[in-house]
Design a protein around this ligand. Structure first.
Ligand code: GLY
Length: 382
């Protein structure tokens, strides 16, 4: 008889949303507990796994084996990898797949993948049969610390990213930190930008810890789990007090106003991953904050040094093909920022830093000042 090695006990973080509260279960090997947790949460429910081709190659069999072992009947819907699936066509494929598999209201959708799969499967779960429960099994660092938690689901419109969607909370998140061993170093680094974000926006001690321990997070083990759990705790606390982003939840957009414009300018392509855009965006937000007299210039420099040390791009000039497609043009970047979801009555919202660990929401930064700031960064990246 073979005895499987004991799975280390996971760290469990609760997202406290009253009767919609749920757990984020974090730890190595936790994908093997998927079936038992689904069975305990919804006895007798069937599960439809939504995943993409690449994730399916690595993890689908293991997820299905876990469900089978717990006696959970299951089916699968496999979409193409990448943003191309976060479309009306991708949404139709998943919805029709769920209906075709006779997944009923009391059954469960399991989103097994990165941010694209989580957003797409979550939105289909919000819509099919007017709303079904879903479980997130995030397989990228970015999804484990950000997109799988908090209930933002959706797809892209040809006119912009994430413009169609719904708030629909999962009933469980399983973040298996061992799955991250198979990520490319670049994907891992991009997710790390969102980890650093939690230190910058609300936890100076965590940022200092990251400065000392980031290499251990990349190599796995206890530091990685601690970083994921601390990030999830920070996000869970913000989501619990402002689920629908009427206030504090906007703090999670630190670096995103600049970052989304850069992603749009690079066509949401491999030239710039989301987390890389956020890294550059956070540095720009810190430098703009310093220019406005909010944060000490030395702290803005410290932020840039840390992200660069982690291997992330920190300057506009670090983007592949920087001189092409409006990237080197402050007016073009301003026009892209004006398309952002965070624009309210024509005013751009920026998340600024008063200190490392202290962010503030501002919608009164003069556009002309931002334009001149960007023009300055384009001329002199320092
Ligand atoms: N990713 C930002 C949020 O969940 O609000």
């Amino acid at each position: 008889m073979t005895v499987s090695p004991a799975r280390p006990s996971p760290t469990v973080v609760e997202v406290a949303l009253g009767d919609r509260a749920y757990d984020i279960v974090i730890g190595r090997g936790q994908i093997d507990a998927l079936g038992a947790r689904v069975q305990a949460l919804r006895p007798g429910a069937r599960a439809a796994i939504v995943t993409d081709r690449t994730v399916a190659r690595h993890w689908l069999e293991q997820a299905e084996a876990s469900l089978a072992q717990a006696g959970v009947a299951h089916s699968r819907i496999v979409v193409e990898e990448g943003e191309g699936s976060k479309t009306y066509a991708g949404f139709q494929q998943v919805c029709e797949g769920l209906i075709g598999a006779r997944i009923e209201r009391n059954d469960l959708v399991v989103a097994l993948g990165g941010g694209v799969v989580g957003d797409l499967a979550g939105f289909a779960a919000a819509a099919v049969r007017r709303g079904m429960d879903f479980v997130q099994v995030p397989t990228s660092l970015l999804a484990q610390v950000d997109s799988s938690v908090g209930g933002k689901t959706g797809i892209n419109s040809p006119q912009g990213k994430n413009l169609i969607g719904a708030f629909h909370q999962p009933v469980l998140v399983i973040a298996d930190s061992a799955i991250l061993d198979t990520l490319s170093p670049r994907q891992f680094r991009a997710g790390y930008a969102e980890v650093a974000k939690y230190g910058l926006l609300g936890d100076a001690a965590f940022f200092a810890w990251l400065e000392a321990h980031h290499a251990e997070i990349f190599s796995g083990g206890a530091a990685r789990e601690h970083a994921i759990a601390t990030s999830c705790r920070a996000k869970a606390a913000i989501v619990a007090r402002d689920e629908r982003e009427h206030g504090d939840r906007a703090l999670l957009n630190l670096g995103h106003t600049f970052g989304h414009a850069l992603e749009a300018a690079t066509g949401f392509s491999e030239r710039l991953f989301h987390g890389e855009g956020v890294a550059i965006g956070m540095v720009l937000a810190a430098q703009l904050s310093a220019q406005l007299g909010l944060i000490a210039p030395d702290d803005a420099t410290r932020i840039r040094h840390h992200l660069a040390e982690a291997g992330l791009p920190t300057r506009l000039q670090d983007i592949a093909g920087f001189a092409q497609e409006g990237l080197a043009d402050a007016d073009a970047l301003m026009a892209l920022m004006a398309q952002d979801k965070k624009v309210k009555r024509g005013r751009l919202t920026f998340i600024l830093l008063k200190a490392i660990g202290q962010a503030a929401i501002s919608s009164d930064v003069e556009p002309a000042l931002v334009r001149d700031f960007l023009a300055g960064k384009l001329a002199d990246p320092a």
